[in-house]
Design a protein around this ligand. Structure first.
Ligand code: FES
Length: 652
C-alpha cells in the first residue's frame, strides 16, 4: 500500500496507516504501550512521543517534526498552559503524514520499567492494580431514563474497555456532585483486580485529575517496621521511612511475644493494637515526608514473618508457638485497609504476600519475588539473616526453603561489647597476621584506625561497642591471624605472641580497643562471644547445608545475602567463619532489603502477585526441626569454618 510506514521504538512494532491517523490510534492498533489517561482529548499529556528517523536520536533536535502533521491547536493550548519539552508531541493529537519512526519515551509507557540499581536484579515492570481513567459521561435524558452510575460504567466500558465496574456506597454519595461539577467529565480511580476481573471505583474527581495516587510497600519486621511510599503512576519511591515495632515492649523476640499472648488474657489483641497504632503513626510520618495527602494512599502491600502476620491480622499466634506450627492460612490475602484499622484511603486495598510455611513467612516469599531463584539458571542460595535465618536454595528447576533459628547474636545481642549498628559501633576489623595488631573502622567515622591519626577521629565520634558485622569480621580475622583455633578457643599471650590476648574468666579474650584511660569502654572479644557467634553461624550453615543435601550438591553457584545485616557483612569473613557454604567470593552478593523490594514489586505489578502465589505453591518446604541430619550438620558447623565439610575455594 502507499500508506505511510510507521515504526515505533523501542518496541520495533510497525505498520502502515492512512494519512491523518493519530499516533495514539496507530499505537493502539499495533499494541504499542503508549499511555493515556484522558483517552486522547489532549488533557493528560501521558501520550507524549518523540518523532525521530532511525535509531539514533539527534540529541533533542527535532528532525522529523515535518513527518507529523502541523502543530495543532490542542497541542498549542496544552503547550501554552503546561509546557511541553521541545520535540515532544502529544500522541493523541499528532497525525501521521509520511513514513516516520516514533519513539515512546519511558514515562509515556503504561508498563514502564522501574530500574533497580543492582546489575543482577530484574527491573520492575509497572502494572499497578489501581489506575486512573478520565471519562466523558453521557448526560441524563428524561426520555432514556438511566442512573448516573450506569452511564458512568457505560462510558468506562466504551472509552476504556473496563467492563462490569462496581462502586461502593461511598462513591455513589460523591458521584452526582462530581459529575455535575466536572460538566460530565470525571476522573476515576479504578481498582482493576486480577485480569480486570472485578473492577471497582475507588475514587472520583470532577474533571481531569492532575495529581497522583499512592501505594505503600511495608516490611513488617519483629524489630522494625519499614515502608516505601510509591507513586502508583510513575512507580517512583517518594519516601522511605521506618519505626521500631512497638510490640518490642511485649518481648524482644517472636517466641516471647507468642508466650506473652499465651500468658496474658487479651495479650494478642494488645499486640495487634500496638502494631496497627505504630503503623498508622508511620503512615502519618511518611506522608508528611513525601508531602502527600494520606487519604490518597489507595493500595498497600505487607510482608512479614508468620507471627507478625498473625498478630497484624488479629489472629492469635498460639499455634505457631508449637509443633506442627500450623498457620491460620498460608495463602495470600486481599483485604481492605479499614478491616485492619489502617488510616489510609477509605477503601484502600491491602495485600499480604503468601507465607511459605509455619516458620517461613511472607517476608521470605517477598525475597523470593525480588531475587527470583526460580528463574535462575545457576544454583543460588538466598539467605535473609535476622533473628531467624530464612533460606532459599534452588534454580529454575526447583526451589527449597527452610528457616533456621540463628538467634540475635548477628545483631550484636548476646555479645559482651555488642550493640546495634549505630554511630560508635566498630563495623570493620582487620588484624595484622604478623603483629596481631588490629585496625578498624567505626560507624560515623570515614577512616580506619591506625597508629597515628585515629585517636583524633574517635575523639569526635567515640567508640561505644561492636556491631554484628564487626563481630563477624573480628572473629574471622582472629582465626586468620592464628589467635583462635578451629574449635573457637582463644590462645594465651604465650601461645599467640600477642599481648592483646588477655586472661578473662577461665579462658582468654582478645583486647580490641582500650578506651578506659579516656573514660571510654574496654572492648574485648571473649570466648562466650565467639561461642554465641558459632551457634548462630552453625544454625545458618546447617539450614543451607540441609537444603543442599536435598538437592544433592556440595557447592552452590551463587550466594545472595539479603537483609540489612547481609548488606554490611563481608563475604570473605562470612566464609572464613563458615557461615555460608564454599563459593567463589565474587559470586557472593548482597541484595539489601530484598523483602522490602519484593513488597514494592508486588505493589507496582499485580501480575507479580499471581506469579509469587504460584511460585510459593511450588516451593518445597523443609522443616529443619524434624530432619535428623540437621543436628549432625550443626555440630560440624560449630567449628570454624567446619569440621567435616571442605571449603576448597576458600582455602585456595
Ligand atoms: Fe491524554 Fe493525549 S491521551 S493528552
Amino acid at each position: 500500500s502507499n500508506d505511510p510506514l510507521v515504526v515505533f521504538t523501542p518496541s520495533g512494532k510497525r505498520g502502515r496507516f492512512p494519512v491523518g491517523t493519530p499516533v495514539l490510534t496507530a499505537a493502539r492498533q499495533l499494541g504499542v504501550d503508549l499511555d493515556s489517561v484522558c483517552g486522547g482529548r489532549g488533557i493528560c499529556s501521558k501520550c507524549q512521543i518523540t518523532p525521530s528517523y532511525g535509531e539514533f536520536s539527534k540529541h533533542g533536535v527535532t528532525v522529523a517534526d515535518d513527518a507529523l502533521s502541523e502543530w495543532n491547536k490542542v497541542e498549542q493550548r496544552y503547550k501554552d498552559k503546561r509546557g511541553l519539552i521541545d520535540g515532544r508531541r502529544l500522541g493523541c493529537q499528532a497525525k501521521i503524514e509520511k513514513d516516520v519512526v516514533i519513539d515512546v519515551p519511558p514515562e509515556s509507557q503504561v508498563h514502564k520499567q522501574v530500574v533497580r540499581k543492582r546489575a543482577e536484579a530484574r527491573d520492575i515492570v509497572m502494572n499497578p492494580s489501581i489506575r486512573l481513567f478520565y471519562v466523558e459521561v453521557e448526560e441524563p435524558d428524561m426520555h432514556k431514563p438511566s442512573g448516573d452510575l450506569e452511564r458512568l460504567c457505560e462510558a468506562l466500558k466504551k472509552q476504556w474497555d473496563v467492563k462490569g465496574v462496581k462502586a461502593d456506597l461511598h462513591i455513589l454519595r460523591q458521584m452526582q456532585p462530581a459529575l455535575r461539577k466536572g460538566a460530565w467529565k470525571v476522573t476515576v480511580a479504578v481498582h482493576l483486580g486480577v485480569d480486570r476481573q472485578s473492577p471497582r471505583i475507588m475514587h472520583i474527581w470532577p474533571g481531569y485529575y492532575e495529581g497522583s495516587i499512592y501505594g505503600l510497600a511495608v516490611d513488617l519486621g519483629s524489630t522494625t517496621i519499614a515502608a516505601h511510599l510509591c507513586d502508583l503512576k510513575s512507580g517512583e519511591v517518594l519516601a522511605s521511612s521506618g519505626i521500631m515495632n512497638p510490640q518490642i515492649r511485649f518481648g524482644e523476640d517472636l517466641m516471647s511475644r507468642v508466650s506473652y499472648a499465651m500468658m496474658n488474657k487479651g495479650g494478642d489483641q494488645e499486640m495487634t493494637r500496638a502494631v496497627r497504632d505504630g503503623m498508622n503513626a508511620l503512615f502519618v510520618q511518611i506522608s508528611k515526608e513525601a508531602q502527600i495527602d494520606q487519604a490518597l494512599i489507595m493500595d498497600a502491600v505487607f510482608v512479614c514473618n508468620p507471627v507478625m502476620h498473625h498478630l497484624f491480622l488479629g489472629i492469635d499466634p498460639f499455634e505457631l508457638g508449637q509443633a506442627p506450627f500450623a498457620l491460620a492460612t498460608s495463602d495470600a490475602l486481599a483485604l481492605e485497609a479499614r478491616d485492619l484499622d489502617l488510616n489510609l484511603h477509605p477503601t484502600a486495598r491491602v495485600y499480604l504476600l503468601p507465607c511459605i510455611a509455619g516458620h517461613v513467612g511472607a517476608d521470605a516469599a517477598a525475597v523470593a519475588l525480588s531475587e527470583a531463584p526460580d528463574k535462575s539458571e545457576d544454583l543460588v542460595l538466598v539467605v535473609d539473616v535476622g533473628t531467624n535465618a530464612e533460606i532459599l536454595l534452588g534454580n529454575n528447576d526447583k526451589v527449597l526453603a527452610c528457616s533456621s533459628p540463628t538467634g540475635p547474636a548477628f545483631e550484636g545481642a548476646q555479645i559482651s561489647s555488642g550493640q546495634r549498628a549505630a554511630p560508635g559501633a566498630i563495623e570493620r576489623v582487620e588484624i595484622n597476621p604478623i603483629t596481631k595488631e588490629p585496625r578498624f573502622r567505626v560507624i560515623g567515622s570515614e577512616i580506619w584506625s591506625d597508629e597515628d591519626g585515629f585517636e583524633q577521629s574517635i575523639a569526635t565520634t567515640g567508640i561505644t561497642g561492636i556491631c554484628g558485622s564487626g563481630i563477624i569480621e573480628v572473629i574471622a580475622e582472629m582465626r586468620l591471624a592464628g589467635l583462635l583455633d578451629a574449635s573457637g578457643l582463644i590462645g594465651s599471650a604465650e601461645q599467640t605472641g600477642s599481648v592483646r590476648c588477655v586472661p578473662e574468666g577461665r579462658t582468654n579474650a582478645y583486647l580490641l580497643w582500650d578506651g578506659s584511660a579516656e573514660g571510654g569502654p574496654r572492648i574485648t572479644v571473649t570466648n562466650p562471644d565467639i561461642r554465641a557467634i558459632q551457634m548462630a553461624k552453625a544454625a545458618l550453615y546447617s539450614g543451607a547445608r540441609l537444603l543442599m543435601d536435598k538437592i544433592g550438591v556440595d557447592t552452590v553457584d551463587r550466594v545472595v545475602l539479603a537483609g540489612a545485616f547481609g548488606a554490611h557483612i563481608s563475604a570473605k569473613h562470612a566464609m572464613v567463619l563458615g557461615m555460608i557454604p564454599d563459593c567463589q567470593l565474587d559470586k557472593v552478593t548482597s541484595a539489601g532489603n530484598a523483602a522490602g523490594t519484593g513488597a514494592r514489586i508486588a505493589l507496582l505489578n499485580t501480575n507479580a502477585r499471581r506469579e509469587i502465589e504460584d511460585t510459593v505453591r511450588q516451593i518445597e518446604k523443609i522443616e529443619t526441626a524434624v530432619e535428623p541430619r540437621f543436628q549432625e550438620h550443626f555440630v560440624n558447623a560449630s567449628a570454624i569454618p567446619n569440621s567435616a565439610d571442605p571449603f576448597p575455594i576458600l582455602e585456595s
